[in-house]
Design a protein around this ligand. Structure first.
Ligand SMILES: [Ca+2]
Ligand SMILES: [Ca+2]
Ligand SMILES: [Ca+2]
Length: 204
């Protein structure tokens, strides 16, 4: 009885809060190899994660695992996915009703060492939205973080195409999205968390 009352209150009071939004999955061509392998090692969808340029789809992996490289590709290769014969187009899928306001891209720079530089630009396509953003390349050769904000994208797919900078390799270690999750999914998360708390209390 108490449980039902509590659930009703939660359902009535659910308001989606802004924060990090996880994609359901992303699709792209797997990374390539050079001195090391720059594949999407943790990708859990279909495709061959140990074959360069294998089409990957329906999963999540290195680009969304929360691991952000803080050192260059030749020091810590595995967190990166790297491409040099293609400029990667990555399609992220979200629950319908998701609003994405900010996209944060974590990439390597290296100032050209091994052919790796800051990507030159990124194209963002979501429904009718289509824009290209130049990525600044500062004097430092450390990995970079590039943010695009105030987007208000209401589309269940967002495609990022990452273009070469001054050198042919593009290295990414993470892509983050911030915004408002689809109302249903936010409600489920809240209900799950409340039920978990109730269970712990009733079991104690
Ligand atoms: Ca990562
Ligand atoms: Ca990797
Ligand atoms: Ca630089």
């Amino acid at each position: 009885m108490r449980k039902r009352l509590l659930l009703t209150m939660v359902l009535a009071g659910t308001a989606a809060a802004s924060g990090q939004v996880m994609p359901l999955s992303y699709d792209m061509l797997n990374g390539e190899t050079g001195s090391f392998t720059y594949w999407d090692d943790s990708y859990n969808g279909t495709g061959n994660t140990t074959q360069s340029l294998s089409p990957l789809s329906g999963g999540l992996g290195d680009l969304t695992d929360g691991i952000i490289a803080t050192t260059n590709w030749d020091i810590t290769p595995s967190p990166y996915v790297g491409w040099w014969t293609v400029e990667p187009a990555i399609t992220f899928h979200f629950n319908p009703g998701t609003i994405i306001d900010t996209i944060v891209i974590h990439a390597d720079d290296s100032n050209g060492r091994g052919g790796v530089s800051t990507p030159g630009s990124v194209r963002v396509q979501a429904g009718a939205f289509d824009a290209v953003y130049a990525i600044p390349d500062g004097a430092s050769g450390d990995p970079i973080t590039f943010s695009i904000s105030d987007l208000a994208l209401a589309s269940d797919t967002i495609t990022l195409t990452v273009y070469d900078g001054t050198h042919p390799w593009v290295f990414l270690s993470e892509v983050e999205f911030y915004g408002v999750p689809a109302p249903g999914t936010a409600g489920l998360l809240v209900i799950g968390s409340v039920l978990g708390r109730c269970r712990r209390r009733w079991n104690s």
